[in-house]
Every structure is written in structure tokens, then in C-alpha cells.
Design a protein around this ligand. Structure first.
Ligand code: KG4
Ligand code: ZN
Length: 342
């Protein structure tokens, strides 16, 4: 390591992944360790917060050690510790935050709290070294659907957000309704490839008074109504057609709102982020539409779309460079708003 290199040890535990990473100079991932609890929660059909917290406690120490070992560094090389402090499940967040504070206190390494969504957006910087703000980003995950302008590093203007379910939440609920189980997103993605996206027309919701807000609850009800009515009429249900038609309805709305924002704000760079951004059909639709409009399109590899700590290390680097430091009173903030610093 060069003397002037800035090395961030990043910790993420906001939901069901216990993760740690080491990131060099904001863009180079030296290690990215993820211990997923998905198998554990599958039995319950979704994330059980209490189980998630307990599992984080069991895994976090090992995950951090592995991240340091794989990066071939020790704590002596680390410039700052970045940790997700919100939004997320409070008990889960607290595990990462407590660990980060303990390491910081014992070693004297500065502590930087990071916003989880800011992490998701920053995942785009890892593989696209040329990407710099300003640009527009669509963040679609299990808990969030945000359309934002990234004005500068760490500076955001929220253009739209979901009024009810997040995009990933809708994927998970519909997957459960058609018998695919948890986690729904990747399963709907896979099954849709065998289905006809034009088979059933599901609604594309518009939120009155807002061009950029999303609403997925009407779509969810429409799918459930379709399933009920087929059942009552004794008609067979084609799982792949329902999955593909539902997915198309979600992608159409996300794409339409995003492209409207691109045109209105005149920014020719667009980046997607979050777990749903790993969806094959969504990626294809955005690649195509951005090419037609001559807009540069960015998306992280699937491993950087779903929860990971490398993205927190990247966001943490830019926060650190801005002079952001947190004290040992740093707390988990389950409803932390994007752009808000506590
Ligand atoms: O970003 P993430 O790992 O966690 C949150 O911050 O919420 O996102 C998880 C969400 C889940 O709802 C999952 O079903 C969805 O992302 N997801 C997908 C795909 N992979 C994960 N949704 C659609 N297609 C996928 N391939
Ligand atoms: Zn996430």
C-alpha cells in the first residue's frame, strides 16, 4: 500500500446479509465478503428481524476478519471504518454499528456512518471508473424505490419514491402468491424467461400529481384478483405468464418514469442500483431505451446490486473525503432519509 492510499473497512448489516469489505481509494474493491442468511429465512417466506439480528451477531466477527485477510491488510492499514446506520431493520443495523464503534474505539480509527441507499447508488462507481455526478439514478430494492438526481458525491435530490410497496417487495409478494417462494425477485426473473409478457395485461399505475412517484399496490391487487378469478372459474394458471406479465408491468413503469426524468432534467447519464437492478428484463429494457436516447447507461454487476459492504466502502470513502466523522453516539436510524446526516 502507498502511504497516501485511503483504505476503508466497510460493514453492512441492515437486512439479511452480514457483509464486510475493504475498498481502496473509493473505487477499488480489495475484498467483499457476504454471508447471506437467505436460506434461513426462506422457511418463513421472508426476513424475520429477530433471527436476522442474532445471525449477524454470530457472523460479523468472522466476516470482518475474512475481509481484512482477503484484502491482505490489517487494521493498521485502515484509514476509516464505514458502517451502514440506516435505513434498515433496527436490530440488524445495531449489530454492524456496535461492531464498527467497538473497532473504532479500540483502534482509534475514525468512524463514518453511511446511508444504505447512498451505498447502493455508489456501487456504480466500482466498475465504472469514469462515472461521476451529476447523473440520475433509479434505486430499486426490497425496501426502497427512489428516483434521484445525484448532484454531487453525497448530495441528492429525490424526484420520486414509492407511495406504498417497494419494487422488490412487490416481486417478493407476487412470487409468494404464485407459489415461487422467497426470495421472489430472482425466481420471477428466472421463470419469466419461459413466459409470455403480453399474456395478461396488468395496470401501470400513475400517481396523481406526481410524474415520478411509484405505486405498486394496485398492480399487486390486480395480480391477486387475476389469480382468484382464475381459481373461482376453475381455469388453469400459467405461472410463467403471470410472472412475465407482472414483471413487464413493473419494468414499464420504472422505465417510463426514469426516462421522463432524464428528458426533464437533461442529464445524459443514468444509473440503476439496488437488488431489483439485477433483474435481467429490467437491465435489457434500460440498456435499449438509453441507447435510443443517447444516454450513457450504468449498472453494477449483480453481486454489487444486492446488499454488500463494498458499496458502503465506496460511499464511506466519499463521506470521509468530505470530512464526515461520527462519534461513539452513532445510533441505528431505521428510517434515515436519503441525504440526511445524523
Ligand atoms: O438491495 P437488496 O439486496 O436489499 C434491500 O436493500 O432491500 O434488494 C433485495 C430485493 C428483494 O426484494 C429481491 O427479491 C429483489 O431485490 N431482487 C430482485 C432480483 N434479485 C433480487 N428482483 C427482481 N429481479 C431480480 N433478479
Ligand atoms: Zn439494500
Amino acid at each position: 500500500m502507498e502511504q497516501e492510499d485511503i483504505l476503508i473497512l466497510a460493514i453492512e448489516s441492515s437486512c439479511d446479509e452480514t457483509a464486510a469489505a475493504v475498498v481502496k481509494n473509493g473505487r477499488e474493491v480489495l475484498s467483499n465478503i457476504i454471508s447471506s442468511q437467505i436460506a434461513l429465512h426462506t422457511v418463513y417466506g421472508g426476513v424475520v428481524p429477530e433471527i436476522a439480528s442474532r445471525k449477524h451477531i454470530e457472523k460479523i466477527d468472522q466476516v470482518i476478519r475474512e475481509a481484512l485477510t482477503e484484502a491482505k491488510v490489517t487494521l493498521h492499514d485502515i484509514t476509516a471504518i464505514a458502517v451502514t446506520y440506516g435505513p434498515g431493520l433496527v436490530g440488524a443495523l445495531l449489530v454492524g454499528v456496535s461492531m464498527a464503534k467497538a473497532i473504532s474505539l479500540a483502534s482509534g480509527i475514525p468512524l463514518v456512518g453511511v446511508h444504505h441507499i447512498e451505498g447502493h447508488i455508489s456501487a456504480n462507481y466500482i466498475e465504472h471508473k469514469e462515472l461521476e455526478p451529476p447523473f440520475i439514478s433509479l434505486v430499486v430494492s426490497g425496501g426502497h424505490s427512489h428516483l434521484v438526481t445525484v448532484k454531487d458525491y453525497g448530495e441528492y435530490e429525490i424526484l420520486g419514491r414509492t407511495r406504498d410497496d417497494a419494487a422488490g417487495e412487490a416481486f417478493d409478494k407476487i412470487a409468494r402468491a404464485i407459489g415461487l417462494g422467497y426470495p421472489g425477485g430472482p425466481k420471477i426473473d428466472a421463470v419469466s424467461k419461459e413466459g409470455n409478457a403480453q399474456a395478461i395485461h396488468f395496470p401501470r399505475a400513475k400517481v396523481v400529481g406526481s410524474d415520478y412517484d411509484f405505486s405498486f399496490s394496485g398492480l399487486k391487487s390486480a395480480v391477486l384478483n387475476y389469480l382468484n378469478s382464475c381459481e373461482m372459474k376453475g381455469l388453469p394458471i400459467c405461472q410463467a405468464d403471470v410472472a412475465a406479465s407482472f414483471q413487464k408491468a413493473v419494468v414499464d413503469v420504472l422505465l417510463e418514469h426514469s426516462m421522463q426524468a432524464v428528458e426533464k432534467y437533461g442529464l445524459r447519464k443514468f444509473a440503476i442500483a439496488g437488488g431489483v437492478a439485477s433483474n435481467t428484463s429490467l437491465r435489457e429494457a434500460f440498456v435499449e431505451e438509453c441507447a435510443v436516447r443517447n444516454v450513457a447507461f450504468y449498472c453494477p454487476s449483480p453481486v454489487y446490486c444486492t446488499d454488500n459492504a463494498a458499496m458502503i466502502g465506496v460511499a464511506g470513502y466519499y463521506e470521509y473525503c468530505k470530512g464526515v466523522r461520527h462519534g461513539y453516539d452513532l445510533n441505528a436510524v431505521p428510517n434515515l432519509r436519503l441525504g440526511e446526516r445524523i
